[in-house]
Write a protein that binds this ligand. Structure first.
Ligand code: NAI
Length: 303
């Protein structure tokens, strides 16, 4: 009887249809991964242009998977059929789980969670892809804090193997189990973090990047030597300054500020040079200039 009961419970929690809110860099990648793994996806954005950009980037990414023989042509076409784009949030009402991937602003995310709470079916899980905002606080804007969880994909989602699951103070075991099962179905490896600023990956990565800025700021070494040191000295595929340019210096700075505020230790104070680059609009690759300069073609290597 117990096994039948367990099976029934598992079936109830099985995610068949998901909604993704925000079709930018992360949301479009998340929607693609889910569609490629047999899940029906509604991808929502307020901005129709963002949706059409997402649609073409998903098609070309799937075509690359096909041309590299990672998936068959039929599987690629099937994945595209599973994907629906919409500017109407109400279309997500039948989703078993909704992943939010909109701007990294607590107020905007909270108002979206309140809206999703009204729209989504009562059993649905509400997940956030936030890099740094407290899942516990997002959950307070809903009537279902037990069903709110962090599902932090790495960039780009179709390529990166990791999902960091963040358990808010009230996240239930059922919600965690269903989210973990979905993540594994998407072919990802799961790590689990409690809801403290920066979770696991950014808690460790961002202070390292910040320290690299301090090394540059205080004249310890050139940017090239700092990056080469970490690449060849510790086997990192990218140096910390190069990686900061890839992530976006504004993103790195805002995460450092979250760590500083949330963990209350001066060791997390952002380096003044990082602050100055962001003030100057040197945001990294996306702007053509950060620590390094890049030509207009984003695929080109740094100068
Ligand atoms: P993005 O700026 O590329 O995309 C955000 C999208 O959300 C835009 O298309 C925008 O039109 C849409 N949007 C904004 N407000 C909305 C609303 N209320 N309803 C519907 N759509 C809305 O941002 P990106 O880089 O994809 O980041 C999204 C989230 O993922 C953020 O929380 C970020 O911290 C997190 N994240 C980002 C990573 C990265 O490397 N960029 C890595 C892991 C997480």
């Amino acid at each position: 009887r117990t096994t039948t009961e367990e099976k029934r419970k598992r079936k109830m929690l099985e995610v068949k249809r998901i909604g993704v809110v925000g079709s930018g860099q992360m949301g479009s990648g998340i929607a693609q991964v889910a569609a490629m793994h047999g899940i029906d996806v509604w991808l929502h954005d307020l901005d129709p242009q963002a949706l059409s950009k997402a649609s073409s980037s998903i098609s070309s990414s799937i075509n690359r998977f096909v041309s590299k023989n990672h998936i068959s042509q039929v599987a690629g076409a099937d994945a595209l059929k599973r994907l629906r784009l919409t500017t109407d949030l109400e279309d997500l009402q039948l989703a078993d789980l909704i992943i939010e991937a909109i701007v990294e602003s607590e107020d905007v995310k909270k108002s979206l969670f309140a809206q999703l709470d009204r729209i989504a079916k009562s059993s649905a899980i509400l997940a956030s892809n936030t890099s740094s905002i407290s899942v516990t606080r997002l959950a307070t804007s809903t009537s279902r804090p037990r069903q709110v969880i962090g599902m932090h994909f790495m960039n780009p989602p179709p390529v990166m193997k990791l999902i960091e699951i963040v358990r808010g103070a009230d996240t239930s075991e059922e919600t965690f189990v269903a989210t973990k099962a979905l993540s594994e179905r998407l072919g990802k490896v799961v790590i689990t973090s409690h809801d403290y600023s920066g979770f696991i990956v950014n808690r460790i990565l961002m202070p390292m990047i910040n320290e690299a800025f301090f090394a540059l700021y205080t004249g310890v070494a050139t940017k090239e030597d700092i990056d080469t040191g970490m690449k060849l000295g510790t086997n990192h595929p990218m140096g910390p300054l190069e990686l900061a340019d890839f992530i976006g210096l504004d993103v790195c700075l805002s995460i450092m500020r979250v760590l500083h505020a949330g963990l209350g230790d001066n060791k997390y104070a952002p380096c003044p040079l990082l602050v100055q680059y962001v003030d100057a609009g040197r945001l990294g690759r996306k702007r053509g200039i950060g620590v390094y300069e890049y030509s207009k073609d984003p695929r080109s290597t740094k100068s």
